[in-house]
Write a protein that binds this ligand. Structure first.
Ligand code: DC
Length: 229
C-alpha cells in the first residue's frame, strides 16, 4: 500500500523516548498550522486495552486483534488533544510508565504494527501532517520530504522525564529511570520489525546539545527550503 505522503506534505520526527519529539512536533505543527500524528499514543492504547482486557503480553494473536479493532478517537480540546479508548478519556493514563513499557512490548509484534499501519497513514490535516514516532520516516511515510531524527543521551532523557514526573507530583528515581530508558531503547532498536533507526535521508539532531528554539528553527529552515514556505 502506498503512503499518502507521496502527494501530501508530511514531516517525520522520529527518535527514542525523551528525545524531545513531542515538544518539537507540537512547535513545528503549530508554526505551520498542520495536524499531528502521535503514533506512540496508538501503541500505548493497544497496551492499555490489553491490560484492561486481561490479555497476556505473549499472546500475539489477541494483541494484533486488539490493534485491528481498537476503538479510539483523538479529539482536539483547544489546548491539545484528548485521547479516548472506547469512549473513555485516557489522555493522562496512557502517559504513565506502565503504559509506556506495555507499548514498547506490543510494538515489537508484527501483527500489531501491521494493524496500525493503515490507521497511521489515514491521518491528515487540511494542509499537512507532522508525524511523531519511531518508524515514521522509515516505514509509515518513507516518501516524506523532511525527515528528522532526534536523539540525546539516556541520562539527559531520564532527567527530562524526572522533571516531568516532579511537575506532576510523582516521586521517581533518576537511576531507575535511566535503567527503564535503556531497556526500552534496547527493545525498540533491536526488534525485528521496524526497529528504531534513523532513515537514511533523515537529518539527525542531538537535542542535548541545542535548545528547543534552536532545534525548531533548524527544522523550520529545512521545511521552508523544501516546501518554499
Ligand atoms: O513515543 P512513545 O514513548 O509514546 O512510544 C511508546 C512506545 O511505542 C515506544 O516504546 C515504542 C513504541 N512506538 C513504536 O514502536 N513505533 C512508533 N511509531 C511509536 C511508538
Amino acid at each position: 500500500m502506498k503512503s499518502k505522503s507521496e502527494n501530501f506534505p508530511v514531516i517525520t520526527i522520529d527518535g527514542p523516548a525523551g528525545s524531545g519529539k513531542g515538544t518539537i512536533t507540537e512547535r513545528i505543527a503549530s508554526n505551520l498550522g498542520w495536524e499531528i500524528l502521535d503514533s506512540g499514543a496508538l501503541y500505548r492504547l493497544v497496551g492499555l486495552a490489553a491490560i484492561r482486557e486481561g490479555v497476556d503480553f505473549n499472546d500475539e494473536i489477541r494483541l494484533a486483534r486488539i490493534a485491528e479493532t481498537l476503538d479510539v478517537s483523538f479529539v482536539p480540546n483547544g489546548d491539545g488533544v484528548d485521547v479516548f479508548l472506547k469512549g473513555d478519556n485516557v489522555s493522562d493514563l496512557i502517559r504513565n510508565e506502565e503504559c509506556g513499557s506495555c507499548a514498547s512490548k506490543v510494538a515489537a509484534i508484527n501483527g500489531v504494527r501491521n494493524a496500525l499501519l493503515a490507521r497511521q497513514r489515514k491521518f491528515s490535516g487540511p494542509d499537512g501532517l507532522v508525524a511523531d514516532g519511531r518508524d515514521m520516516g522509515t516505514v509509515i511515510f518513507p516518501e516524506a520530504k523532511v525527515k528528522v531524527y532526534l536523539t540525546a543521551s539516556a541520562k539527559i532523557r531520564a532527567e527530562r522525564r524526572l522533571n516531568q514526573l516532579k511537575n506532576q507530583g510523582v516521586n521517581a528515581n533518576l537511576a531507575s529511570l535511566i535503567e527503564d530508558i535503556e531497556e526500552r531503547d534496547k527493545r525498540d532498536t533491536t526488534r525485528k520489525v521496524a526497529p528504531l533507526i534513523p532513515a537514511a535521508d533523515a537529518i539527525i539532531i542531538d537535542t542535548g546539545k541545542s535548545s528547543i528554539d534552536e532545534v525548531v528553527s533548524q527544522i523550520m529552515k529545512l521545511v521552508e527550503k523544501v516546501y518554499k514556505y
